[in-house]
Design a protein around this ligand. Structure first.
Ligand code: TXA
Ligand code: MG
Length: 342
């Protein structure tokens, strides 16, 4: 059975961290909060422990994991030849929601962490609980998002429990995560760095520090995935998801036509759409507040699975700032489908 422990008072805190560190040292997995989403961690040098992550998640073996560190010095043990540009990124954005793809020092991490690649994705999370855990453990921790593979990433401890109950020994509960979308994955091995996955640290933020940055398009990702994770279905509720133009009239017409087909619809949108006569409304917060929408998106997608909606409608977001990451997740959840009125 999976245990949930809190860190919100002094005595609980000591015991929770000790328990988490002991389990990790013993080669077990532990779920913990980060500022992006909850991660499912294991010591990154322990191949058997890392295998347990793949098994609990039902994750394909060829999709490498992100390694989390508590101090920059921790990098020395498993990376080498770190490009100057990567160092600038670390200085500007660590701790934070930026994963850097760095050259792997051979024979250091368990091979299943990197799926046999000669690079490794690394980040230093900004969440106090994640940092405390990593600094006590003093080892690199491989941690993908703590969801069943294909489902939205968990932004609350109960989401982790829902997906992984009985499959992992411990969840450290640190409340709801802040950003709500996964970290930005940046490949710094190319002349112009490339965003492999948009996230909490936006292209605009990166370009201010390191100049021009490229971004892989979703279509390239399906044909020639540079991040192995790109080719898999993601973030999908059970009911099909459709994007729709962000106009009230459009959404109202769509709801009407869905009802004409005797189907139920869940609407995931900002509060300005709350009057639309959808069967279920899951809020993404105030209008034009992209940070709120990012924070609430995965919870809303999960709520669809608790409803009996036959399909899910989501008005599109502008692809600016964190809106770019939101649309990336939504395009994947919708498998590229837009609602068609005729
Ligand atoms: O915010 C986050 O990044 C969360 C929290 C827990 O830190 N973690 C997370 O991990 O989202 P995961 O495993 O769900 O996503 C890792 C992504 C995948 O798209 C994977 O393909 C990519 O990073 N990745 C990992 N190592 C890579 C590498 N060496 N080269 C290219 N892509 C890599
Ligand atoms: Mg994930």
């Amino acid at each position: 059975k999976t245990q949930i422990v809190s860190v919100d008072n002094l005595s609980a805190k000591e015991q929770s961290y000790t328990q988490a560190v002991d389990l990790l040292e013993a080669g077990e997995t532990v779920a913990f909060p980060t500022e992006t989403v909850y991660g499912l961690g294991a010591v990154a040098t322990n191949e058997v422990a890392v295998r347990k992550i793949f098994e609990a998640k039902g994750r394909p073996q060829d999709n490498p994991l992100i390694v989390h560190i508590g101090e920059k010095n921790d990098l020395d043990s498993f990376t080498m030849n770190i490009p100057e540009l990567a160092k600038e990124c670390m200085d500007a954005f660590w701790p934070g929601a930026l994963t850097l793809i760095l050259p792997l020092k051979p024979n250091t991490l368990a091979v299943n962490v990197t799926a046999g690649l000669n690079t490794v994705g690394v980040r230093m999370p900004e969440h106090p609980v994640a940092l405390e855990l990593l600094r006590r453990l003093k080892r690199p921790v491989a941690a993908p998002s703590a969801n069943r593979s294909g489902k939205p990433s968990p932004t609350q401890a109960v989401h982790v429990l829902h997906d992984l109950d009985g499959k992992i020994p411990l969840i450290v509960d640190g409340g709801a995560t802040g950003i709500g979308l996964e970290s930005t994955v940046l490949d710094v091995s190319t002349d112009i760095p490339t965003i492999l996955r948009p996230g909490g640290v936006t292209r605009e933020m990166l370009e201010k520090v390191i100049g021009p940055v490229n971004e892989t398009k979703l279509t390239d990702q399906v044909e020639a995935p540079r991040a192995p994770g790109m080719k898999y279905a993601h973030y999908a509720p059970d009911a099909p998801v459709y994007l729709i133009e962000a106009y009230i009239e459009e959404v109202q017409k769509a709801v009407k036509s869905i009802h004409n087909d005797n189907k139920k619809v869940a609407l995931i949108a900002s509060d300005s759409y709350s009057e639309c006569p959808a069967d279920y409304f899951f809020t993404l917060g105030k209008e034009n507040q992209l940070e709120d929408a990012a924070h609430l998106l995965y919870e809303a997608l999960r709520k669809c699975d608790e409803s009996d909606a036959d399909l899910v409608l989501v008005p599109a977001f502008p692809k600016q700032g964190v809106g770019n990451a939101i649309m990336n997740r939504l395009e994947k959840a919708a498998k590229g489908n837009w609602f068609n009125l005729d």
